[in-house]
Design a protein around this ligand. Structure first.
Ligand code: SAM
Length: 287
């Protein structure tokens, strides 16, 4: 069928429906089918795969997904795009479009209602401003999806993928790598979008682990330790953990760090997930 992801076809659709791109909804549409094929290949989609697409836009990626996957449920917040999607995706029987804000959906219910077994992958070319909340919603709510493959601002993908000691390593790296292994699939220049964003994008694949990467007694304490450790980047761990939200006294922090074999002068950005877990578990045993 005629590809939606070309500059000509996308422009025609947009003008046929008098559609105006919304900056606040992060609307930059993909107009290069090579990138779409790369995303689909990198995601490992087969005829047994169920897909949740976040933000189908005019349907460029949705069309490719539909041809490769078993079923695609596409969640689009902008009701002005619904008639466009009905037009562009006409004749594709395995797509269901839902006009909703993904952040407001009950995702466990969506899975129950729409899919009858098989692997589920989440895919999207995500608006930059809600990338993290969308990903964290799937991960924190423990929605049973196999992987999340998303195109996002390159800088954010680098942070998700960063290892201890790297300048990009921070609370987002730890949060994502607690739940997933990560791999960058490709880097995408601004020229493949209409309108063009100002920065490069990356496609990153998050393979969701069956169990979190490290065993923690209390996730709330683990994430607070991470937040405090990165909150005061210039401070040593001893100072960061005794002056952050947790407000633990210095003697206790010293004791816990020693027990975890972590030098109190180190900084958060050098700590592995295992070390964060060991420290958090040490605090849990004392409170
Ligand atoms: N997938 C299309 C493509 O690649 O051409 C469009 C990508 S565009 C970067 C992001 C899309 O996400 C837009 O269509 C926008 O309206 C939609 N969107 C933004 N916030 C959303 C939300 N909270 N829930 C669902 N869709 C959202």
């Amino acid at each position: 069928m005629n590809k939606i992801a070309t500059p000509k076809n996308t422009k025609e659709m947009v003008s046929k429906y008098g559609f105006h791109f919304s900056k606040s909804l992060g609307q930059n549409f993909l107009v290069d089918y090579n990138i779409i094929e790369k995303i689909i290949r990198g995601a490992g989609i087969t005829k047994d795969t169920n897909v949740i697409e976040v933000g189908p836009g005019a349907g460029s990626l949705t069309q490719g997904l539909s041809e490769a996957a078993k079923k695609v449920v596409a969640v689009e917040i902008d009701k002005k795009l619904i008639p466009i999607l009905e037009d562009t995706l006409q004749g594709y029987e395995n797509i269901k479009v839902i006009n909703e804000d993904i952040l407001k959906l009950d995702l466990h219910q969506l899975l129950k209602d729409e899919f009858d077994g098989g692997d589920i992958k989440v895919i999207g070319n995500l608006p930059y401003y809600i990338t993290t909340p969308i990903i964290m919603k799937f991960l924190e709510e423990k929605v049973p999806v196999e992987s999340i493959i998303i195109m996002i601002q390159k800088e954010v993908a680098d942070r998700m993928n960063a290892k201890p000691g790297n300048k990009d390593y921070g609370a987002l790296s730890v949060a994502v790598q607690y739940y997933c292994t990560t791999e960058i699939i490709t880097i995408v220049p601004p020229t493949v979008f209409i309108p063009q964003p100002k920065v490069d994008s990356s496609v990153i694949k998050l393979n969701v682990l069956k169990e979190p990467k490290v065993k923690v007694e209390r996730e709330d304490i683990f994430f607070k330790v991470v937040k405090d450790a990165f909150g005061k980047r210039r401070k040593t761990l001893l100072n960061a953990l005794s002056s952050g939200d947790l407000q633990f006294n210095k003697d206790m922090v010293r004791e816990v760090l020693k027990e975890s074999n972590v030098d109190e002068k180190r900084r958060g950005e050098t700590l592995s997930l295992d070390e964060f877990a060991s420290i958090a578990n040490g605090f849990v045993r004392r409170i």
